[in-house]
Write a protein that binds this ligand. Sequence first.
Ligand SMILES: [Zn+2]
Ligand SMILES: [Zn+2]
Length: 243
Amino acid sequence: MSLNGILWLAHLFFPRECVHCGVLLDFRERDYLCPGCRARLETVPEPVCERCGVPLEIPAGNPATCPDCREHSPAYRRARSALIFSGPGGSLVRAYKYSAGPYLSGACLRPLLAGGERWYDWEKYDRVVPVPLHPRKTRERGFDQAAVLAAGLSRKTGIPLDRKSLVRIRYTGTQTRLSRKSRRENIRGAFLVTGRDRVRGAEVLLIDDVHTTGATVGECAEALIGAGAAEVDVLTLARAVSR
Ligand SMILES: [Zn+2]
Ligand SMILES: [Zn+2]
């Protein structure tokens, strides 16, 4: 049977809907978004803060840095995101995190790679490191969404995947309702670098699903830099932007 035949049969028994608008998808659709919603996936508009990647209202001189980064300089060199965490992009990432999980990894990896290519030069990196989940959270959720993205990115770009060097040593619960400052305090000391030899002198690309205040990726970068990493750049699938 041809691939299309298999897809058609699968679709007959498990019809799939667009994760944003709910319309029934064509059986050949791979992205879990209908063509209309896919066309409305938003990338992060420029100009952005050159450190944390937040869109800036007004181009603020050169280099353009946002007030948060001026007040509290992040340990990473740059953080960038592929999509805006609202509209179809928000639905895609939420479905990936909370329900459909690994089924959506391909649909999420494509924009992640496109976003990464927009900002970064893959050749520069020695290792790609996912923000680690606490083992308890991986059990609750059934899969580790950042690790799946990092593994896919490593396969496509050839940057070696490193899931061992950075570990989460503290369970932090959900940070959704915390302020920027409380998030930073809540996450402090949650990560540990176990493979200092692997990390020393390395250019690290750190991967996560959503960048909200940047507290989590900032803390990971601090642990990696503290262990001797040369530089850490961050790439996330989506960026939460207040509007
Ligand atoms: Zn749709
Ligand atoms: Zn910033």
